[in-house]
Design a protein around this ligand. Sequence first.
Ligand code: B12
Length: 482
Amino acid sequence: MNILLLRPHPGNDQFGLGPFFRIEPLGLEYIGAALLERGHSVTIADLRFRPHAAAWVRRSRPRLVGISCLHALEYDRVLEIAREVRRATPDAFIVVGGHAAAAFCEPLEHDDIDAIVIDDGEEVVPTLAEVIEKGGRLEEVPALRLKTPDGWITTPSLAGRTCLDLVPLPARDLVARHRFGYHCLLFKPVWLIETARGCPHRCSFCSVWQLYDQSFRERSIGAVVEDFATTGDAIFVADDLFWNNPSRSFELASALKRRGIFKRWILVQTRTDVICGNSGLLEAWRPLAKDFDIFLGLEAASDGGLAGLTKDAGVRESVDAVRIARSLGYGINGNFLVDPDWTEDDFRELWDFVALHGLQRAGYTVLTPLPGTEFYRKVSSRLAGQPWSNFDMHHLLWEPHLGAKRFFELYAETWRRSILNTSGDKSLMDWIRQVRPSQIPYIARVLWRTQKMMKPGAYLREYEVTRPCAAKSLPCGAPHAG
Ligand code: B12
């Protein structure tokens, strides 16, 4: 059967560094591998490079079209693509899946979509393809929200969590034509590798543990080593929580070394307390790449702030983790969450913390109730009418405590204190001196774009344009109605 898998362009990405992190659609590549194994003919089209879904439909003549929806900010875009596909091929079966679709599927329950996969795709999509091909009962395909003549229904769950070794390696050849388009800032091309999935922790803003019931699954060492051995020099590790299982992580590092694997760059994401308890593990991993960066969810500058996010770690761990990682030669990138309900003092506390611990490489996002979290359920009545593209963590979804104007002044000032501010401690010339001549135009573009994040007026204009109509009639500073 001909199957077309589509990765949408996320749409509104004018704030943040989204366009400078273009990562391969690994979920679709695993699903692609599972489908190829069953003898199907699979095309993956990355619409971030060639946007017209209808052209891909004409070329691949699919009976089944899968659209991925990784982030909540993509819901509206996914619906537009489903509409375009439906017009181009009215008889094809259209299924949507991916993190945001599985974590919160309601916005996708629309006539142009036939089903939504609410669990991992590599087990469900091949079963779905088989049932469509043989004309079986769709209600028996597990883990679906399914459109029926009587409305949307939920099919039975999978028997258990999908074993990650069900599909040992992704079908990366299916995106070979886009390989040189996948990059993280200056690292190009970049490969995305998954060694484990899920997280046992319970941070209130995160939808991952809530989707996977705090489970944590690992791929076998052999499969991961093979994946590292057959990919390129710059690796983004997709794991929600790297180094979570120390003994297995030691074993993986040894197996990679035995195979002679050495990369130019590796990026992993982990928690501060994982680093504090495992400096030996970090020592074992460090020789595996020339540059090795860690992305840390630092989130808040005080124990109270961290407790409010159910982080289950304190600022002591943040400070120690940064010290340990730096002493071993890791680069630290992090992120802090800025709460719309903050006072002026909260901003100052964050600035002082960043300055004291030299965290100017960290970034900042607006604390956002992401669909699929308890936090979202609690505040959803305040969010009525918000376009989904605003759920990118750079938009305000309700009027902040300080009023939008003052909030954005302080938010922009927070960014001005980062190394991205070319009028700050690190000038444009300092950046340019660090890169090769051929990279200068690109780094100039990145910096030009990021200066916008330091301009309160840019946020304020966007806020006025994109907030729901009902809220627009309120004077600035007045709380939004329900
Ligand atoms: C890689 C990644 C990115 C990359 C690239 C994403 C991209 N555009 O391609 C970058 C770094 C750019 C990124 C950015 C952001 N991200 Co992101 N990202 C991830 C991450 C870490 C891994 C995704 C991945 O590839 N996993 C590995 C593959 C194998 O798994 P998978 O994608 O889940 O695929 C499986 C299933 O979902 C399903 N499936 C997947 N696709 C499909 C399609 C079909 C048709 C079907 C049936 C099934 C299916 O089957 C697959 C195989 O089992 C996830 C974490 C996560 N656990 O999902 C966060 C995550 C998706 N990101 C998140 C967020 C919040 C963001 C940002 C908003 C963060 C920010 N501070 O700005 C930005 C948004 C950028 C933008 N404007 O688009 C949140 C989303 C939460 C939500 N509910 O919306 C997540 C869940 C992280 C988190 N802990 O909260 N992200």
